[in-house]
Design a protein around this ligand. Structure first.
Ligand SMILES: Cc1ncc(COP(=O)(O)O)c(C=O)c1O
Length: 443
């Protein structure tokens, strides 16, 4: 079953560097890394070689019976990559983002039970967020369009507000410092209102698809982390999209010096070469289970699948050997990240472009019908979708989304190219994008 019954899909047959080709030999520049997945470029031979080598040696062993050298080795490398906060911690490998989110939510619950906080089971989260498509992940998500019809099936906890500086609800004049504190205070009120039942708080350090690369205001995440710590609530960072170098740091939390108890990553972890996600837990969380009941009551058949883990391990080696995290840094001179920032910001002169925001190689371009009032296009016009189709015709892949204003209205694109993109390829892509936006606005 294809995603949409109303839309034609080209058949992808080949990939190399920033390009994908279809079966008619049309070339597409992957300016969104598919859906912020590909970070190292397509068609890297050493990744498929690592997978082939692993498959020839051992294709699968179940985690209830064995561990594998490839999973043990990669887990250690990933803990190091995640930094000193995770020293002595552990990694739980899954097959993708949603599975990893489910795992993190259950891990938070079991941690609380292990330390005697048996009442704590609620996971607080934010509106206008996205944490995955399985029912537990959907329960903590705040993306209205993606969850609305499934709401009767999910068990919800409180969703607090999310800072959105382009449409700041507080009219602040201090780069949103004050409003960030007010949003953080909302978390404290929600924790208190739950009468000791909150186990964790989950957040995207930078908003991914839902708000389109919205960055947190200064001081906000530090205040959130402090509130969680004071109230015994585990801090869960969802870095499915922002992790593994995408924002110019190994993990996005490093931009704001936040130390989560649990960090979830996927997408760039294998750059799409195999289905892979990971839950990285601090020593505090791991020790509570190891020294308590002794077993995490959770599991999937394909945990730590050797081929996926081999792919992820080879991807991390490639990221490090080619210095791709620095390449993604939008504050570093001569990096792909800074070239992308400058090129995308040049679109701000277009009438339909209200805001360009982001960090590293994760950017959002928000469209407006009226620049002065910031009024969005009518949702039924699907302006972002029109721009996406116009880009596709020109051989450019972007990630169109709707709902950034209130969950329904508001159009934006997510831009997240592989870190191997060159300045010439960026310039060409932004030229195509400019024409696609102008064409769609005139239609
Ligand atoms: C922030 C975030 N969390 C979780 C997910 C779910 O990941 P997956 O689609 O791999 O299940 C996504 C997917 O887009 C995401 O962006």
């Amino acid at each position: 079953m294809r995603r949409s019954f109303r839309k034609p899909y080209p058949a992808a047959v080949r990939g190399e560097g920033v390009y994908i080709w279809d079966d008619e030999d049309k070339r597409y520049l992957d300016f969104s890394g598919s859906a912020a997945v590909n970070f190292i470029g397509h068609g890297v031979r050493e990744i498929s070689d690592a997978m082939v080598q692993q498959a020839r040696q051992l294709e699968f062993a179940h985690t209830s019976q064995f561990t594998t050298p490839v999973a043990e080795g990669f887990a250690q490398e990933l803990l190091e990559f995640a930094g000193p906060n995770f020293s002595g911690g552990a990694v739980y490998f899954t097959s993708g983002g949603s599975e990893s989110i489910e795992t993190a939510l259950k891990l938070a619950r079991q941690y609380q039970v292990e330390i005697g906080q048996t009442k704590r089971h609620q996971i607080l989260s934010r509106r206008q967020s996205y944490h995955g498509s399985t029912l537990g992940a959907l329960a903590v998500s705040g993306n209205r369009r993606r969850r609305e019809i499934y709401l009767p099936m999910v068990r919800e906890s409180e969703h607090i507000g999310i800072p959105y500086c382009y449409r700041c609800a507080f009219d602040c004049t201090d780069s949103c410092y004050n409003c960030g504190q007010q949003y953080a205070a909302e978390l404290e009120r929600a924790i208190l209102a739950a009468h000791g039942e909150v186990a964790g708080f989950i957040f995207e350090p930078m908003s991914g698809a839902t708000l389109g690369a919205g960055t947190p205001p200064p001081g906000y995440l530090a205040a959130i982390a402090d509130i969680c710590r004071r109230h015994g609530v585990l801090l869960i960072a969802d870095e499915v999209m922002t992790g593994m170098g995408r924002t110019g740091r190994n993990f996005a939390v490093e931009h704001w010096a936040v130390a989560p108890d649990i960090l979830v990553t996927a997408k760039g972890l294998s750059s799409g070469y195999a289905p892979l996600g990971a839950v990285i837990a601090t020593r505090k969380v791991v020790d509570a289970i190891a020294e308590g009941s002794g077993a995490f009551l959770h599991g999937f058949t394909y945990n730590a699948h050797p081929l996926s883990v081999a792919a992820g391990r080879a991807v991390l080696q490639r990221i490090q050997a080619q210095h791709l995290v620095s390449a993604a840094d939008s504050a570093a001179q001569a990096a792909a990240g800074s070239a992308l920032k400058a090129a995308l910001e040049s679109l701000c002169d277009l009438k339909a472009v209200g805001d360009v925001r982001g960090l590293g190689l994760l950017w959002g371009v928000e469209f407006v019908a009226d620049k002065k009032t910031k009024a969005p296009f009518p949702p039924e016009k699907n302006f972002a979708g029109q721009v996406g189709q116009a880009c596709l015709r020109r051989g450019l892949l972007v990630y169109p989304m709707q709902g950034c204003v209130d969950g329904i209205a508001g159009d934006h694109l997510l831009i997240a190219p592989p870190a191997v993109i060159t300045p010439e390829q960026i310039a060409w892509s932004v030229e195509q994008l400019r024409t696609a936006i102008s064409e769609s606005a005139a239609a």
